[in-house]
Design a protein around this ligand. Structure first.
Ligand SMILES: Nc1ncnc2c1ncn2[C@@H]1O[C@H](COP(=O)(O)OP(=O)(O)OP(=O)(O)O)[C@@H](O)[C@H]1O
Ligand SMILES: [Mg+2]
Length: 261
C-alpha cells in the first residue's frame, strides 16, 4: 500500500523505478576523509541505494576503503559530509535519518539501532573466548532480552551443533567462522554486514562457508553486504557488485575511492 502525493505528477511514476523499491540504505553525496601521518584518504559515495533483501558484494584491493564504507553503514564512524543518509530496516516504517542522529549526538540511538537491526561477521570471527559456542551465538538475543530458542536450531543449520558447549579456542578456524555467522544471524537482524568473513580460511573452506552464509541469509530474508578483496570468492553466489572507482597517488597508495551502486 503506497500513498503518493505528487501534485501535478499524477501517474508519472513508472513501475519498477528504483525509488519504488524499499531501500534499506539510501545515501547521497556522503564523504569520509581519513588522515594519518600526513597521508590522506577520501571515500566518496555520490549515490548508494540498497533495497531490502538484496545481496551486495563490495570488492576491492586492500586499502581501497571497504572497511571505511562498512563503518559508515554500521554507524560506527561519522561521515565527514552528507547530502542524505537514510536507513530503513523495516519495510512498513519510515526511513531513519542517520545524519540527524549524528548531528544531535544521539549515540545511544545509533548503538541501539546497531544492536537490534545489524549483524556483523568479522574477518577473524571476533568471538568472546570465555563464552561457549552456545553463549557466543546467543549473545545478541540475550542482550535484546529475546528467548534463546533459535540458537540450537541455527547451530544445527550451520553444522556446529556438536560444538555448542566448547569454547572458541577448541574449534578450527572454519568452525569459528560458522559460529561468527550464527552470532550475526541469531537475533534476526534486518541486515548482515560481513567484512572479509572467509579471509582466514583455505579457498575450499572459504567457498563452502560463503555459500552456506548466503544461503542462510536468503532463507531468513536478511539483506547482506559482503566485503572481500577477491571477487572469485563470491562470484558464483548471485550478488550485486557495487562499483568502485579508485584513484591512486604517486606512491601507488589509494588516495580516493568513489563507490556507487
Ligand atoms: N583510523 C584510520 N585513520 C586514518 N586512516 C585510516 C584509518 N583506517 C584506515 N585508514 C586509511 O583509509 C584507507 C582505507 O582503509 P580501509 O581499512 O577502509 O581499507 P580496506 O579496503 O578495508 O582494506 P583491507 O582490504 O586491507 O581491509 C587506507 O588508506 C587506510 O590507510
Ligand atoms: Mg578492511
Amino acid at each position: 500500500m503506497m500513498h503518493v502525493h505528487q501534485q501535478g505528477h499524477r501517474g508519472s511514476r513508472a513501475p519498477g523505478r528504483s525509488d519504488e523499491r524499499v531501500l534499506i540504505y539510501h545515501l547521497r553525496d556522503v564523504v569520509k576523509t581519513r588522515e594519518a601521518e600526513g597521508v590522506a584518504f577520501k571515500l566518496k559515495v555520490p549515490s548508494l541505494q540498497i533495497a531490502l533483501g538484496e545481496k551486495i558484494a563490495l570488492i576491492g584491493e586492500s586499502g581501497c576503503g571497504k572497511s571505511t564504507l562498512l563503518d559508515l553503514l554500521t554507524f560506527i564512524s561519522r561521515p565527514t559530509a552528507v547530502g542524505a543518509f537514510r536507513f530503513r530496516p523495516e519495510p512498513g516504517a519510515a526511513p531513519i535519518d542517520i545524519q540527524a542522529h549524528w548531528e544531535k549526538k544521539q549515540f545511544n540511538e545509533l548503538s541501539d539501532l546497531r544492536m537490534l537491526r545489524l549483524g556483523y561477521v568479522m574477518q577473524t570471527g571476533g568471538l568472546l573466548p570465555y563464552l561457549t559456542v552456545r553463549e557466543n551465538i546467543g549473545l545478541s538475543r540475550r542482550l535484546l532480552g529475546l528467548d534463546p530458542d533459535a540458537v540450537d536450531e541455527l547451530a544445527y543449520d550451520l553444522g556446529i551443533h556438536k560444538h555448542l558447549d566448547k569454547k572458541p579456542s577448541q574449534l578450527s578456524t572454519g568452525e569459528r567462522q560458522r559460529v561468527a555467522i550464527g552470532r550475526a544471524l541469531a537475533h534476526r537482524p534486518s541486515i548482515v554486514i560481513a567484512d572479509e568473513p572467509t579471509a582466514s580460511l583455505d579457498p575450499i573452506a572459504a567457498q563452502r562457508i560463503m555459500a552456506l552464509f548466503i544461503e542462510m541469509v536468503e532463507s531468513l530474508n536478511i539483506t547482506v553486504i559482503v566485503a572481500s578483496h577477491a571477487w572469485r570468492h563470491v562470484k558464483s553466489l548471485g550478488l550485486r557488485r557495487l562499483k568502485l572507482r579508485i584513484h591512486k597517488d604517486v606512491d601507488g597508495g589509494v588516495a580516493e575511492t568513489i563507490v556507487s551502486g
